[in-house]
Design a protein around this ligand. Structure first.
Ligand SMILES: Cc1cc2nc3c(=O)[nH]c(=O)nc-3n(C[C@H](O)[C@H](O)[C@H](O)COP(=O)(O)OP(=O)(O)OC[C@H]3O[C@@H](n4cnc5c(N)ncnc54)[C@H](O)[C@@H]3O)c2cc1C
Length: 244
């Protein structure tokens, strides 16, 4: 849904993930690993025997020799609802974050509504539940109530700003469905740990039950990473998607 009025909520159902900067390749893993056994080597040397390289990466993944997977870097720009960022920033190790400020700039009225593919109703108990679609009336209620609530919240924010109240105080009225944006920098090892917990996959040895919206972010990050480090990504899958 769009709006010409920039004080009216703009509703989104998707997330943005852009790889803005990277220094990451399978060669970085091999380079780091082989210093253990053969000392310093050139990257060109490593590319001479692709089958051996594939085998070494698989061995490192299988036996959980994790540190060779840390000598690389990927920086993502991510735009997603605040409730996704709250979950995201629980990942402390091997991650750096910078998020837009609600103190230094006026927050834009961009809010999250689930699209038709988002299952709405949880059945079962914590630890043993499934999500189902929900009825048309539940779907309509979600759209209507979220829309109305976002409009009220953003109008309240504008009212406080118009009174001269500081942005850092006025933002207290805004909900976690508001979009935020950040740069997140990680390496392959920290990303694999994140993906193991925040995506569902048929090859996962340890199943996880992430919230769909953070999984959407994880899936897009994984696509970028798989392109940069195809052998490492394949070995992650082959070995049950457990971070080394
Ligand atoms: C499906 C799901 C549901 C969740 N539900 C909740 C919830 O209801 N409430 C809630 O609060 N959180 C919840 N979480 C968040 C979860 O508890 C973790 O905080 C989050 O997944 C980050 O994982 P992590 O600590 O392994 O990652 P990181 O912080 O990146 O840490 C990576 C690894 O480093 C080691 N490590 C890091 N810090 C320490 C430390 N202080 N001491 C010892 N070892 C350390 C551990 O081996 C850890 O696995 C949930 C996560 C998932 C995936």
């Amino acid at each position: 849904m769009t709006s010409g009025d920039d004080t009216q909520p703009f509703l989104r159902s998707d997330v943005t993930v852009e790889l803005v900067k990277s220094s990451a390749s399978d060669g970085d893993v091999l380079f780091a690993a082989r210093v253990s056994t053969v000392g310093e080597q050139s990257l060109e040397e490593l590319q001479k025997d692709p089958e051996r390289s594939k085998g070494l990466i698989n061995f490192l993944m299988r036996d959980r020799h994790g540190s060779p997977f840390e000598h690389n870097s990927m920086t993502f720009f991510i735009s997603a609802p605040i409730f996704v960022f709250r979950e995201f920033m629980r990942h402390r190790v091997g991650w750096s974050y910078n998020e837009e400020s609600g103190r230094y700039r006026e927050l834009e009225p961009v809010f999250y509504v689930p699209d038709e593919s988002r299952k709405l109703v949880q059945e079962g108990r914590p630890g043993k539940y499934v999500f189902v679609d929900g009825t048309p009336s539940q779907r309509a209620a979600v759209q209507e109530v979220l829309d109305e609530s976002y409009q009220q919240a953003y109008a309240a924010y504008q009212k406080l700003l118009a009174e001269g109240v500081a942005r850092e105080v006025a933002r207290a009225v805004l909900p976690v469905g508001l979009y935020s944006s950040m740069y997140a920098t990680c390496n392959a090892r920290s990303l694999m740990h994140f993906l193991g917990l925040r995506t569902q996959h048929e090859l996962a040895k340890v199943p996880s039950f992430p919230q769909r919206e953070i999984e959407m972010v994880g899936e897009k990050m994984e696509q970028e990473w798989a392109r940069l480090m195809p052998l490492t990504h394949a070995a992650f899958n082959t070995n049950g998607r457990v971070a080394p």
